[in-house]
Design a protein around this ligand. Structure first.
Ligand code: NAD
Ligand code: ZN
Ligand code: ZN
Length: 235
């Protein structure tokens, strides 16, 4: 099959047929679901009238089929799809984190707020490189500032669970991304993705340290939003 047929197959896998589209607009292109997709770009291919609108199987949100294909083509084409309305993830979401290394070890000190256990130190190291097709400016270099970056978790049951999920997130390339740093304003650089890390051990003056009683639950929630759940920690 061609790339286009494969991409149609991926999108179709997550859709149910819609016989009569509701009198609503598609929230991707803002055109009525009863009419054609407003997407005007290349790469989506033709679609029969019967398949012009689909309903996502889990969340039920409806879109033009061609709008979903255009959205899929815009992403990293990893076989997963995310509902743009409610963020439900279909398949396994992956990111565009550049190549690098994630290591961790236990250190014999307690974090503020976690007096009864030792701590886990995670060390991320990503070298600068050249952007791939999955990045904002393919072929252009990207910088990588402040690496190795050190992060901390309590070595508690919950902290170890978060670590196991972060290892899954790393394998799925979801911890870092390439883009513009909101801290420094630098573009084409490695930046944290949507999962918050604690890069300071001893105080929380910056908001990136301890104590922070809600931190582990926040991270679990942020991981869930990336499609990584506690079941992923069991395997
Ligand atoms: P960013 O500034 O675009 O922010 C993305 C996310 O990371 C946001 O949620 C933000 O709250 C969080 N974040 C920002 N600073 C953080 C920090 N120090 N610790 C933990 N989370 C942080 O992302 P970015 O550019 O990757 O992060 C900026 C941080 O990266 C700097 O504070 C610094 O730690 C490091 N850095 C170091 C150098 C250096 O030359 N040493 C240069 C650039 C960035
Ligand atoms: Zn549409
Ligand atoms: Zn939805």
């Amino acid at each position: 099959p061609t790339h286009q047929q494969e991409r149609h197959q991926v999108v179709k896998k997550y859709l149910q047929k819609v016989k009569s589209p509701p009198e609503e607009d598609c929230t991707i292109c803002m055109e009525p679901l009863g009419g054609p997709s407003g997407y005007k770009g290349p790469g989506v291919g033709p679609v029969s009238k019967a398949e012009s609108v689909g309903r996502l199987t889990q969340c039920g949100h409806q879109y033009h089929f061609q709008c979903l294909v255009a959205m899929y083509n815009n992403g990293n084409k990893d076989g997963s799809l995310q509902c743009p309305t409610c963020k439900t993830i279909y398949g396994v979401k992956t990111g565009n984190q550049p190549a690098g290394k994630m290591e961790y070890h236990v250190i014999p000190h307690s974090l503020p707020g976690h007096p009864d256990c030792k701590s886990i130190r995670i060390i991320y190291n990503i070298p600068p490189g050249i952007q791939g097709p999955e990045h904002p400016n393919p072929g252009k270099p990207f910088t990588a500032r402040g690496f190795p970056r050190h992060c901390y978790l309590p070595d508690s049951e919950k902290g170890r669970k978060v670590l196991r999920l972060l290892l899954v997130a790393w394998d799925r390339r979801l911890i870092f991304s390439v883009g513009t740093s909101s801290t420094t304003g630098e573009s084409d650089t490695v930046i944290w993705n949507e999962v918050h890390h604690k890069t300071e051990f001893g105080s929380n003056l910056t908001g990136h340290g301890f104590p922070d009683p809600g931190h582990l639950d926040n991270v679990l929630e942020e991981l869930r939003a990336q499609g990584i759940t506690e079941e992923d920690a069991l395997v």
